[in-house]
Every structure is written in C-alpha cells, then in structure tokens.
Design a protein around this ligand. Structure first.
Ligand SMILES: Nc1ncnc2c1ncn2[C@@H]1O[C@H](COP(=O)(O)OP(=O)(O)O)[C@@H](O)[C@H]1O
Ligand SMILES: [Mg+2]
Length: 459
C-alpha cells in the first residue's frame, strides 16, 4: 500500500518510510507548538507546582510550558518546565514514559557546566511531569536570527565556540542533546550562552506524534529525520544550522511545511552565506559547510574540532582574543581523554616532541611490517586496525595506536587506516625518552590501561 501511495514522491526514497509516514499523516502543513490548549487551561489555575510558587508563564514550546517559579525555602528563582503526559497514568505507555523521563533527568542532571542550564529538581505534580531548572534572565537566540537584528560576526563565533565546548563536555558525559536550536540557547544579560533542554527531546513515547506533539524539524540532522541511530554528530549538524542562521539571518533549510524542510535537509545544500551576507569571512562559510555535511564521516568528528576551527576564525576577526596560538593548541590536545591525567604544562612539554597532522578518510596511517619509532593519539576521528585482511578493532578519539611496536621494539604487526578524516598527534618515542620521567611514567600508565582494555575486549 505504501508503495502505491508514494508513487512519484521522490522524498519517500530519501526520508525512509517512518519519517515519510509521520509527515504525511501528522507533520505536513502543521506549525510547531501543537500542545493542546486544554493542557494550558488546566494549568493556568495552579499557584504551585511541587514545592515551587508560580509567578508567571515564561514561554511555551512544542513539548510543554515554562513558568517562572520560586523555591520557598531557598528563595531562589527557578524556571519550571512542565510536560504533559498525554496518556492516562495507569497506561503501560505512561509507565514507560515515566521511567524514561526520570532516567533521562538523572543523566542530564549530572551535567555541571557554566554554559549548560543546571537542573535542580524533577518530579510529578498531579498528572504532570516537571523540571525545575536554573532561571536565566536573558533572551533566546531566536531573537538574533532575523536580518534586522543580527549580532556582530565575532560575537556569533564566540557564542558558537562556547556552545561547542559545552556540548563537547556533555558528549564526554555520554549525553547527546538531540534538539539543539536557537530557542534552546539563551544569551544571558552578561553575554554568556546557556544551553537548555539537554536530552529532554528524547523523552517522548513512540505515540508523541499522534497527539501532534512535534517540534520543528528545521535543525534536525539528516540521520535524525531518516530515523537512523544518532550520536554526537547530530548535535554538530544542528549547531551548524544555528551558526548559519545567526550569520545569514535566515534558516539553512527553510520551508513552508515539515515535509519541504525535511526534504531539503536530506538532499540540498543551503545557499552560501557569502551570497546572503557578502562580507562574511569565507572561512566561516567553510566551517558552516563542514558542520552541515550530510555524510557524518565528512562532518566535524567532535565539537572540539568544530570549536578549534572557530577559535582560529575568531583570531582573524578580533584583536581582543589574548590567548596565543600555542595556548589554543594546548587546550585542544589536552581535551583528549588520553591526556586526562596530564597537566597543561606537561601537554605543552609533549608538544615539543610531537606533531599534529590532519589525514583524510581512507588513508593508511601505518602498515604491517614497517619499522619506526612513532606512536599516535587520535585527537579527532576514528581509525581501524586491520590484520590478515580483516578489520579487527576500532580506535576512537582520545585513544592511541602504534605503541606496541615502540614498547616491544619490533616491526608493526598490523595496518591502521583512517575511517573518517582524522587529526592525529604523532609522538616520536626517541624524543619522548628525553622528556621528564614524570611524563614518561604517565605515558606508561596510559599504555598499560590501553593494553588492559584491549585484552578485556578480546575475551
Ligand atoms: N531556564 C530558563 N530560564 C528562562 N526562560 C526559559 C528557560 N527555559 C525556557 N525558557 C523560555 O521558555 C520558552 C519555551 O521553552 P521550551 O518549552 O523549552 O520550548 P522551545 O525550546 O521549543 O522554545 C523558551 O523559548 C524560553 O523563552
Ligand atoms: Mg526548549
């Protein structure tokens, strides 16, 4: 039946059946914020939610309403987000929703970062789930996405740079945002960025669409709209959309309805920012394009890579950045998990006996039988170990490879190639041996940990 209905609709092939059907049935021609009005009426009479006194409504989105409240004991203002479980509490689905809601809140609640809105509390008030979070005085980035109210380019870059660092921190804690968009990013009175709603978009039951609860797809990644598994890179795409909009004053993938937008995201390149705002530095157009790559292996492999390039761009835009290039490089290298027990000055020291290289996807990084004294740490991207024509192990960002030949003193026992574009740190063992013993010891500890992990994986 689906076959018959989709005849002549090229989007069907691109979007996959689930998204296509959702669009056909529920999404097309609908605007966002479809939470039913009964829900708001129910709530307008409440003076308290949980232990919080309600002062006024701050705003409303596709999944609920946000109120300004006050904690009566701490006398602290809080923003309270109320989401409606649309199913009866006795229902099995509702039980599942409840479990997922609190599981998600637990992981998100642990995030502690100056650029992430803190979650103070969560609970169930009558039939409504609520979250009490840090109240931000400021405005969402929505307000700076129109032609006549754009921020200076350097401020935009600074905001997205800070956002990258915050999101990278969340990723390191295993939390993917999944709903990065201007209305989830608030600019405080002092000009700092605060990101809200981490992971919360994820807490929907499969029936969300039947209630018309569907947010805007404008910032969704191609993999999100085609219902594929998503990872950190989905946030990079969405943040790329926000960067585009803040620079261009228009959406990267505009459209009159959800269907048109989703079709564009999965098939078309956005108009070049240089055509829309010709004075934009070309490097930013390049950065936006890389963040918006439809193929995840071409996109920035981590928010830190994205941040690093923004930092480089920022240096060209403003003289107010006091940090020198070497500081940027140290920061970038230091964020790799391999170096988590190293101090900044130790990282600086290691940089003297190493070099950083960018390698394209597919490149052979080291070959079986080769003899040399270097080993590598992946700062960005992913590589594969290959032996006897079989792929035997993946090496991720923050991990090392090639250290066996150095430790055992023989030839390479396997081949390693880049699965995505990678940024590598190549360290010369001969030079490392000239480093202070404390540094050598840290390397040995890290190698020992790596070996143990690999042995455990083999079992
Ligand atoms: N922590 C907060 N502090 C102050 N205002 C907030 C906070 N969180 C959300 N808001 C306001 O409430 C509005 C609705 O938020 P939300 O329900 O998450 O919907 P959306 O993210 O789709 O706009 C936001 O656009 C913002 O103006
Ligand atoms: Mg929000």
């Amino acid at each position: 039946m689906a076959q018959k209905e989709t005849n002549g609709d090229p989007a069907f092939e691109k979007l996959g059946v689930t998204s296509w059907l959702k669009l056909k049935l529920f999404g097309k021609d609908k605007k966002t914020s479809l939470v039913d009005t009964q829900f708001f009426d129910d709530f307008s009479s409440y003076k308290t939610i949980g232990r919080y006194d309600i002062e006024k409504k701050l705003g409303q989105g596709s999944m609920g309403v946000v109120y300004l409240g006050e904690d009566p004991y701490i006398k602290r203002k809080v923003a309270i987000k109320v989401a409606r479980p649309y199913l009866d509490q006795q229902d099995d689905e509702a039980q599942k929703y409840s479990k997922r809601f609190f599981a998600e809140v637990q992981s998100v609640g642990r995030l502690l970062h100056p650029n992430i809105v803190a979650i103070h509390d969560a609970g169930l008030h009558q039939n409504f789930y609520y979250l009490a979070m840090e109240y931000i005085i400021g405005s969402t980035l929505d307000n700076f996405c129109t032609k006549n109210n754009l921020l200076p380019v350097s401020k935009v870059v600074e905001i997205i740079y800070s956002a990258c660092r915050a999101i990278d921190y969340a990723h390191s804690q295993g939390v993917v945002h999944r709903d990065i968009k201007p209305s989830n990013m608030m600019l405080t009175e002092s000009g700092d960025i605060k990101i809200t709603d981490f992971g919360i978009a994820h807490v929907q039951t499969d029936n969300s669409y039947t209630k018309g609860v569907i947010g805007t797809p404008c910032y969704m990644s191609p993999e999100q709209i085609t219902d594929q598994a998503v990872d950190d890179k989905t946030d990079i795409f969405s943040l790329g959309c926000v960067l585009y909009e803040l620079l261009a004053g228009k959406k990267a993938f505009p459209g009159d309805n959800h269907f048109a937008i989703m079709y564009k995201i999965s098939t078309l390149e956005p108009d070049s920012i240089l055509n829309i705002r010709p004075k934009t530095p070309p490097i930013l157009d390049k950065i936006v394009r890389k963040a918006l790559a439809k193929d995840t292996s071409v996109r920035y492999q981590s928010c830190m890579d994205f941040a690093y390039e923004l930092r480089v761009a920022l240096r060209g835009l403003t003289n107010t950045v006091k940090k020198s290039k070497i500081d940027d490089v140290i920061d970038y290298v230091h964020q790799a998990s391999f170096f988590e027990n190293f101090t900044r000055s130790q990282v600086n020291n290691i940089l003297k006996s190493s070099n950083l290289t960018k390698v394209p996807k597919g490149k052979i990084l080291l070959s079986e039988g080769e003899i040399d004294d270097s080993f590598y740490i992946i700062l960005s991207g992913k590589a594969m170990v290959r032996k006897n024509k079989k792929n035997i192990a993946v090496i991720n960002r923050g991990e090392c490879f090639g250290e066996m030949a150095y430790l055992a003193g023989g030839a390479r026992e396997a081949t390693v190639f880049a699965v995505t574009d990678c940024i590598l740190m190549k360290i010369s063992a001969t030079l490392l041996e000239k480093s202070p013993e404390s540094i050598q010891l840290l390397f040995m500890k890290r190698f020992a940990m790596t070996l143990l992990t690999r042995l455990a994986q083999k079992k």
